[in-house]
Design a protein. Structure first.
Length: 615
């Protein structure tokens, strides 16, 4: 009751005070109450801080501590400090990235403006005062700022004629994090010590709350950035996965196409490691060699397709071992290969080494073409040539062949040599044919009659021999040299030299192209290749040469094929019949394409065969 009496008295409710005194005289001694009121009032005047509503201040501080969103915290903080300090307007400046930034401008009658901008761009507060507090980190309170000599020249203070002013640093652990600026232009001395005490309590809590809100904001930004990055990365991964799936699908399709191409190719395709262990073979290879795929994969070449000895007697195992060690040295090769049932097939192989990133050979890829039929056709040709060579040499009819252009005897049998009075047919090869060989007129006449009488038989045998040769060669010509099918004359001769080099270990072969290569007609290149084959065969088999040089010379107006060896050589006029038949074949081919064949040879000095043709 006494408390109520006091409060009514303080509010000036005189009627209510008198009513209480009249109704409750026993509880309210008027003199004592008046004296008590006087003491409290005097005490309040002398100690105004005693009237601070600590509960309200603590409630406000509690409210600030619960706010974690920075903008909301700033707005609430400014509202609380303006109300408790009796300010007309207020500005909050925070230190962001080592720069003072205005983050809020508030007044009691308007909502806070939370637009951020640099302090240097702010014209609504005295910047010099802010910088002073920034340097000293001490609170400035002016009862009448315009009268303060230290800041009287500040443009803002002069323009606004600022009265009450308060500028307080916001510190956390003795580190400046912001500055609070308050002003009241309605009266002087607004910011009293009791209000200053309230502000200090609020600002202490505000410093903590600001840092927490900033941390929360950074975490929220980081979380947003992280979520955005996760989303971007997720999208990128999804795109990458989609692209990878497309790539893998394309790769699988490519592999399927590649495998289908390998499987359906009309060539043997085989892949094996440097130890000769087979890792892949296509369907054509399995079919040709007579194996099931599981019967050959994982086994070595020596266990499957490489024979111990070729039918010719050549041991190819050393060659294959060297191929496995140095595949680059054997891009081409031809040899017999063993089938599962014991059959033997001839295959021309093209070899390609496969390297890893370190440059080591990890596999060898070989592509082979079956040449068995061609080899059989060549063997048939050789048998046919041998057959008709025997007919030619043993015939009792004089047979000879001359060149149409000059009558030069290219070949003749023993009977014809005897008719002309020579002991051996080799003595008349290269001579000009004429009946003037007979010195005795009666012998000459007799020879003419014999020639006339034997003409039909001779012509028949000659035609028989030529027909046989043509028919025997036709099977090979129809096939066309496989070496030439795979490219030009120069590349075919290169492969031929490579094959012979691999087979003839004791012979050194050189191959050279001079000038700029150009293409000749198919017939010319085919016959030139055959002449080159025959010349190389003669040099190895008959001349026992240990060095052979093959040259192709491309001039603008003339092409030249030259095969030269250092073998035993021979006298052109004393060549044996068997050897003469090989030269006969070369001469026929040169004549067929309009080329000039020149043979230079001396016993012990080697042989040089030159074929010249106009392109």
């Amino acid at each position: 009751m006494k408390e109520a009496h006091y409060c009514y008295d303080r509010w000036g409710a005189t009627a209510k005070v008198k009513d209480l005194e009249k109704r409750y005289p026993q509880l309210l001694n008027t003199n004592l109450v008046r004296q008590s009121h006087s003491i409290v009032t005097d005490e309040t005047i002398r100690h105004p801080t005693a009237m601070i509503d600590l509960a309200a201040v603590m409630k406000a501080a509690q409210a600030l501590s619960e706010i974690i969103h920075l903008d909301r915290l700033i707005a609430t903080l400014m509202q609380v400090v303006i109300e408790n300090a009796g300010a007309e307007t207020g500005t909050l400046v925070l230190l962001e990235e080592d720069q003072l930034t205005v983050v809020a401008q508030c007044s009691g009658s308007r909502q806070c403006d939370l637009e951020k901008f640099a302090l240097a761009d702010c014209a609504t507060i005295p910047v010099s005062v802010i910088h002073s507090v920034e340097r000293t980190q001490e609170t400035l309170v002016f009862d009448d700022a315009v009268s303060e000599s230290s800041f009287s020249t500040d443009p803002y203070i002069q323009h606004r004629q600022t009265r009450s002013l308060l500028c307080m640093p916001i510190l956390k652990q003795n580190q400046l994090i912001g500055i609070l600026y308050l002003e009241n232009n309605l009266s002087t001395g607004v910011f009293t010590s009791d209000r200053l005490q309230v502000l200090k309590l609020l600002i202490a809590q505000a410093a903590i709350s600001l840092e927490n809100a900033r941390l929360y904001e950074r975490l929220a930004d980081y979380s947003e950035i992280l979520e955005r990055k996760v989303e971007e990365r997720t999208q990128a991964l999804q795109q990458e996965i989609a692209e990878r799936q497309q790539t893998e699908a394309a790769l699988r399709q490519s592999e399927a196409n590649y495998r289908n191409l390998l499987q359906t190719a009309n060539s043997v395709i085989i892949r094996y490691d440097p130890q000769g262990r087979i890792r892949y073979i296509n369907d054509y290879g399995v079919k040709l060699l007579g194996y099931e795929e599981h019967e050959i994969l994982g086994r070595t070449l020596f266990e499957t397709i490489i024979p111990d000895i070729e039918i010719s007697g050549r041991d190819v195992k050393p060659f294959v071992h060297d191929l496995l060690r140095n595949p680059q040295s054997y891009p081409q090769g031809e040899g017999e290969n063993l089938c599962r049932d014991g059959r033997r097939v001839w295959v021309v192989w093209s070899n390609q080494a496969i390297f890893n990133e370190q440059g080591d050979v990890v596999e060898i890829l070989s592509v082979g073409n079956d040449t068995t039929q061609r080899r059989q056709a060549e063997e048939a040709l050789q048998r046919s040539e041998a057959k008709f060579r025997a007919i030619f040499e043993n015939s009792q009819v004089g047979i000879y062949r001359t060149r149409l252009s000059d009558g030069l005897i290219l070949n003749a049998n023993q009977r014809y040599a005897n008719l002309l009075g020579f002991d051996l047919p080799e003595e008349i090869i290269g001579l000009e044919h004429t009946i003037d060989y007979f010195v005795n007129p009666s012998d000459r006449q007799q020879a003419i009659e014999l020639l006339k009488r034997d003409g039909e038989v001779r012509n028949f045998i000659k035609e028989l021999a030529r027909t046989g040769l043509i028919e025997a060669r036709r099977s090979v010509v129809a096939l066309r040299p496989q070496l030439l099918e795979e490219g030009s004359l120069q590349s075919a001769l290169h492969r031929l030299v490579t094959q012979i080099r691999a087979a003839a270990n004791d012979t050194i072969l050189y191959y050279e192209i001079k000038g700029t290569a150009y293409a000749l007609s198919t017939e010319v290149e085919s016959n030139l290749l055959r002449i080159g084959q025959e010349a190389l065969t003669n040099a190895i088999k008959h001349a026992n040469a240990d060095e052979i040089r093959v040259e192709l010379v491309y001039d603008r107006d003339q092409f030249c094929l030259r095969v030269k060896d250092n073998g035993q050589g021979f006298g052109v006029g004393s060549i044996l019949a068997s050897e003469g038949f090989g030269l006969l074949g070369m001469s026929e081919r040169a004549e067929r394409i309009g080329a000039q064949l020149t043979i230079r040879s001396q016993p012990g000095q080697g042989t040089e065969i030159v074929v010249t043709v106009n392109p």
